[in-house]
Design a protein around this ligand. Sequence first.
Ligand code: PLP
Length: 392
Amino acid sequence: ENRLSTWALNISPSPTLAVDAKAKALKAAGKDVCGFGAGEPDFDTPQFIKDACVKALAEGKTKYIPAPGLLELRTALADYYIGKKGLKNIDFSNIIVSPGGKFSCYLAIMAAISPNDEVIIPAPYWVSYPEMVKLAGGKPVFVYAGDESDFKITPAILETALTEKTKMVILTSPSNPTGAVYTREELKAIVDFAAKHDIYILSDEIYESLVYDGVEAVSPASISEDAQSRVIITAGFSKSYAMTGWRLGTICAPDDIAKAVAKLQSQTCSNATTFAQYGALEAMKRPDLAKEALEKMLVAFDRRRLMFYNGLNSIKGISCRRPKGAFYVFPNISSFGMGSVDFCSKLLDEELVAVVPGSAFGSEPNIRFSYAVSEETIEKGLERLARFCSKL
Ligand code: PLP
């Protein structure tokens, strides 16, 4: 008899963290590794946000608060969704502050998905969605949109996976791992599909602030009143404010889902860290300072993005779509006739370059580089990759 639960046995460990662990072990052994596995900004949290947190700590803001979060922060977030994202008629009660964007996704799925419900997950997908759906007892159903369609699914593609058990589709725009960003028109078509078949959209907008080439990260919830009634937005402070370690995520949801999420959170983790929420509140209260810090990150990310985009496309055998958001490039390496896992493991062994195989995201022809690293590392990594490919 097995000592572990079906949940524990069913779930796979995070493959992105595994690559990172191997790269770190090589580094610790003194090897000159170029690591492109990281999923976090290589910038420090802006000082004014840290100061507000320190002040809160000094003032004794160290106790429980209501499970859904600081009222002021939830109100500021509701105002943000109305003013900046175009949502209507919401207030603090539609917002929950959770311990991280990842937990926000988990809570949203737990609030909407029952055993045997089906959730359509467009691949390439973020690695945690299928596992979260399984933890809710649901069934992940995959559809695929590769390089040729700019990694974006359409209603026609969704239709192929639809059954009477379909309850939700998950959208990530801007996307990890592809960097693709859906336009308002593309989202409208998907929202119409969701309305026609009465399904939820889980819209993971954690990378909403990291967009380039003048594109806008539109929320599907802003498209219509009906859309707002079926879209659950998850987001957070990790990527936009370089606050990954603070563990602060958000959920913006219709009344019934928001209430359910608050209830689930109250029985699992209670409130996200109290003094951390005061730091996040300051980020919302000082959009001028937040914008200044964000602009600095964006200038650096944009330069690196173009270095990668141009550098990868100049290597024979590699083709790379131009990402519009987040901080990843997702080139196609299928011309070498190797699986993505073999390619990545050989690349790490021979050239000490750590990247994540596309198979981890449900896309065998690709590999993922994070450009949350220095320009020197990108230059060195590209040189090594070019040498590696020339020998294949
Ligand atoms: N959603 C996506 C698509 C992500 O890439 C990540 C982090 O890598 C998250 C959610 C979770 O972010 P957090 O660190 O806030 O839990």
